[in-house]
Design a protein around this ligand. Sequence first.
Ligand code: NDP
Length: 432
Amino acid sequence: LGRNPGEAEFHQAVREVLSSLGPVVQKHPDYVDAAVIRRLCEPERQIIFRVPWIDDSGQVQINRGFRVEFNSALGPYKGGLRFHPSVYLGIVKFLGFEQIFKNSLSGMPIGGGKGGSDFNPKGRSDMEIMRFCQSFMIELHRHIGEYTDVPAGDTGVGQREIGFLFGQYKRVTNRYESGVLTGKGIHWGGSLVRTEATGYGTVFFTEEMLKANKESFDGKRVVVSGSGNVALYAIEKVKQLGGTVVACSDSSGYVVDENGVDFDLLREIKERRRGRISEYAEEKNVPFSSTGSVWDVPCEIALPCATQNEINEEQALTLIKNGCRYVAEGANMPSTPEAIERFREAGIHFAPGKAANAGGVATSALEMQQNASRDTWSFGFTEDRLGQIMRGIHQRCLETADEYGKPDDYVAGANIAGFIKVADAMLALGVV
Ligand code: NDP
């Protein structure tokens, strides 16, 4: 870790994975001999570039762009782009590292990568977003391609941004290469269910956790953090499966709606108006709080779907005290290591993001399949595939955890199962 000073989130993600691998390297000394873990921790390629663009007032703005191509043992690099002011190399590397194991666990033939920029899309006009995306792609296009590296969306990058990025890629390369980006609109190469996939997938995974304990969503109180892409569709699916989402949030606060969060209104506010969660509270006349935490709201199931390190030790203890029994991470690394430890001690059923939120990237891989075959699949067919994939991931986690003497430990199961597949491919491909 001394090779990567100041990259706290990357260190955290690496420690989390390596802490599960003791029993694996004992069983497979060949991984150590071939320096598989050391190679895995070093990205295959890291690109950092200037993104100059002109804002609506004619001022030149400069942002920094990143693409970290972490590991391509299983397939082309695959992972989203994040546009958020907090983005720096340590965040992109933590996300790229996680992505390697998540993608492996998904069972799809995709490697791991991640990218983004410290650009803040909040409050920017559509034209500013377009100019930024075009400038970003002028550099990025040299590094990506259907067989090389296939970016998608993440925080701050939705279908609008993917559209501007794809348009510029098409223009500068003179290729209608649908498979170069995923998260596209349905009429220009996108897949049905991709928008919903991460949220739905997280809830499908949670349903499997519940089933493993002979329970269901029926009548359960659920708290979801965030109100972005992942949170929104997690909220919709929980309701469809009989649960009640009593609270959700954004970075300015949280709302509590004891009757169950109204998905249609929330979607209208967040997707169409690009508004704030406080507008939901005003329109529904329900409490909004800008102090405290959404995790203060009592629930049986917590689905953190906002951002990294959003559940700390104290919030974990509050959740436990209030009777929470299941936590499934829709976001990437939303629980701190201390929070995970408290969950473990309290016997909470805890699913890490690399397992629970893998439905998004898995559906991106389904989008790539449709692009490659120039086909489009129906919503029902694609959602069924997503459901099968999430059930498969759940089963792989539990079976692997059992095999390595960690029954019911989804963290160990996900890390070990994700690792072994990549490690075996790396051994087979030689020292490259
Ligand atoms: P969005 O940008 O659509 O939504 C993020 C949501 O989280 C917003 O409501 C945002 O509020 C809120 N948020 C951000 N920071 C904080 C904070 N510090 N405290 C409280 N709320 C906060 O992003 P996504 O939904 O796409 O992504 C959410 C998470 O899921 C990320 O960790 C991402 O990496 C992960 N993920 C996403 C996938 C996808 O397919 N989109 C796939 C797999 C993982 P505000 O609007 O106020 O900033």
